[in-house]
Design a protein around this ligand. Structure first.
Ligand code: KMH
Ligand code: ZN
Length: 282
């Protein structure tokens, strides 16, 4: 088994698309497969090692279509060495049974949110039985989950899940705090410190992302606590007030520059696979 990357190695995950922003509002959002692959290649060159993927249909609307998901995984694998993580969160409108089927596309990793969260005016539904089903399916299919923690209570649920069902495929436990969602924990250094302090001992690595304006506060707090970074247009659409993000690469470059100030260098894709315990690259 490959050894764990050194502490200075920084996992940068890019979440380029998400399910919330419309193409009409943000034409630079990568919503087609060629756009996604081009963004992935540029972000890999800029220092990203993992991609968190939501896909869109021909009308640029969020979809969990199985064939499109499989084509997306294949396209990303062909053109990049990135760890491919498919979202099982989808959009707030996606039914639970379709979200389970995402694993049929055989990604390296999948997101797995540890509880239900108010999500703006909507509800992001993750009932406990669904969390357990998805987790056991990920173990069976040898897909490494990234545990998404939107609130402090989700950390408690993660502890319960690991106690009940054991370790993920690959034996590593990686989680990601998703902070600043209206309805979840705030995107602040204080909230991050509380979350990290509550993590169960099985956790081998963690990262965080701050939604919207909390992106910088969370990113800087992550670096001072020794965690990893997720950035991308799923989470933030402005570089600063009045300066719209033009490409995901800009956000990855900024994350890499922030890491450099903290004397962290971007992790390679091989190091990311070792960190996360994913199946070897095809
Ligand atoms: N789109 C959000 C409702 C995930 O990817 O797993 C859920 C989400 C989390 O983005
Ligand atoms: Zn997502």
């Amino acid at each position: 088994m490959p050894s764990a990357p050194p502490p200075e190695a920084l996992l940068v995950t890019v979440a380029p698309t998400g399910a919330e922003t419309s193409k009409a509002d943000c034409p630079q959002l990568p919503t087609t497969l060629p756009e996604l692959v081009a963004a992935a290649r540029e972000c890999e060159a800029a220092g990203a090692a993992m991609i968190h993927v939501h896909i869109r249909d021909d009308a640029h609307a969020p979809t969990l279509d199985g064939e499109r998901l499989a084509d997306t995984v294949a396209g990303l694998r062909q053109e990049t060495a990135l760890v491919v993580q498919l979202s099982t969160g989808g959009s707030v409108h996606d039914p639970l049974d379709q979200r389970l089927k995402v694993l049929d596309a055989a990604p390296d990793s999948c997101s797995l949110t540890m509880g239900t969260t108010n999500f703006g005016d909507d509800v992001f539904s993750n009932p406990w039985p669904f969390v357990c089903d998805l987790y056991q399916l990920s173990q069976e299919r040898e897909v490494v989950p990234e545990f998404e923690l939107f609130d402090l209570g989700h950390v408690t649920s993660l502890t319960r899940l690991l106690k009940t069902y054991g370790l993920p495929y690959g034996g590593k436990v990686h989680c990601d705090f998703v902070m600043g969602v209206p309805g979840g924990m705030p995107g602040t250094a204080d909230a991050l410190v509380a979350g990290v302090a509550a993590l169960p001992p099985e956790v081998t690595s963690w990262g965080a992302t701050g939604i919207g304006r909390s992106t910088l506060a969370v990113g800087l707090a992550v670096l001072s606590k020794g965690g990893h970074l997720r950035v991308g247009m799923e989470d933030v659409l402005t570089l600063a007030r009045g300066f719209p993000v033009q490409s995901n690469t800009q956000l990855v470059e900024r994350a890499v520059a922030m890491g450099a100030l903290a004397q962290r260098r971007p992790m390679t894709t091989d190091e990311a696979r070792a960190l996360l315990g994913t199946r070897p690259a095809a």
